[in-house]
Design a protein around this ligand. Structure first.
Ligand SMILES: Nc1ncnc2c1ncn2[C@@H]1O[C@H](COP(=O)(O)OP(=O)(O)OP(=O)(O)O)[C@@H](O)[C@H]1O
Ligand SMILES: [Mg+2]
Length: 227
């Protein structure tokens, strides 16, 4: 979500800056009487174009968040985990964070929308990478298993864990302890998990076992794959 917010901000900034500049130029042209109708039309056209562009960007974000946009197809959660780990690989490398995948590369099948499920994993990985900036041992341990017709994805980091306040509040929209966070990541992840008939639970590992945050995504397994 941080990435989504950052890219939304960046993308929106361009058309908005263009609208402002064009409106200012058109206004000055009007005041000085130096612009003819053609020039005014040209600047107004640019303003119309950039306004449409800004509203397209917002529409894209809304369609991502809107539940009705979701697809329903077999999704291999293990594959999603690896793909998303690939997406954040550069970031992980530059912050010296190591991924540890326990067990298998076996398919872990659920039914749902792969893009939306990727968003859950992406936010969890980003949260972990950010948390690990505060520690020397920097690992993200990922496991995925079948249990009672469910698929359970567990993402544990070796960071400081959630603060007591975050344990209570994480998932409340706009709750964040980060200066640049939007506080929407877990909230959106939870609603995606719920739409998929699942749950997303955050906790801290006990200090004896090294502490750190645990994110557990629990989804119904695809029926044919139920074990
Ligand atoms: N792995 C983690 N370790 C420690 N704290 C965490 C971890 N994951 C989440 N948190 C806490 O939960 C808060 C909410 O997380 P969430 O993903 O919803 O929002 P965010 O990361 O702050 O912002 P966004 O995801 O919208 O960019 C975080 O600000 C942080 O305090
Ligand atoms: Mg986040």
């Amino acid at each position: 979500m941080g990435e989504l917010a950052a890219s939304l901000g960046h993308e929106l900034n361009q058309p908005l800056t263009a609208i402002l500049t064009n409106a200012q130029v058109a206004k000055r042209g009007l005041q000085s009487g130096r612009f003819d109708t053609g020039q005014h039309t040209e600047f107004l056209d640019k303003i119309v174009h950039n306004t449409q562009r800004a509203s397209q960007i917002i529409e894209r974000i809304r369609s991502f968040i809107r539940p009705s946009a979701s697809r329903s197809e077999p999704v291999d959660l293990n594959l999603i985990v690896r793909e998303v780990a690939g997406l954040v690989a550069d970031e992980a490398r530059s912050t010296k964070v190591r991924f540890v995948f326990s067990n298998n590369t076996e398919q872990m099948l659920v039914t749902g929308d792969s893009i939306q499920l990727s968003q859950i994993v992406l936010n969890a990985f980003r949260n972990a990478i950010e948390a690990l900036k505060h520690t020397t041992q920097r690992e993200i341990r990922v496991s995925c298993r079948y249990s009672n017709a469910r698929v359970i994805l567990r993402i544990r980091d070796t960071g400081p864990g959630l603060t007591p306040e975050a344990l209570e509040q994480a998932g409340t929209p706009f709750f964040t302890t980060k200066t640049t966070g939007l506080g929407m990541g877990i909230s959106i992840s939870r609603s995606i998990a719920m739409q998929h008939g699942g749950t997303l639970i955050l906790s801290n590992a006990d200090t004896q076992s090294g502490g750190g945050a645990i994110v557990e995504l629990n989804l119904p397994a695809l029926s044919e794959a139920n074990i």
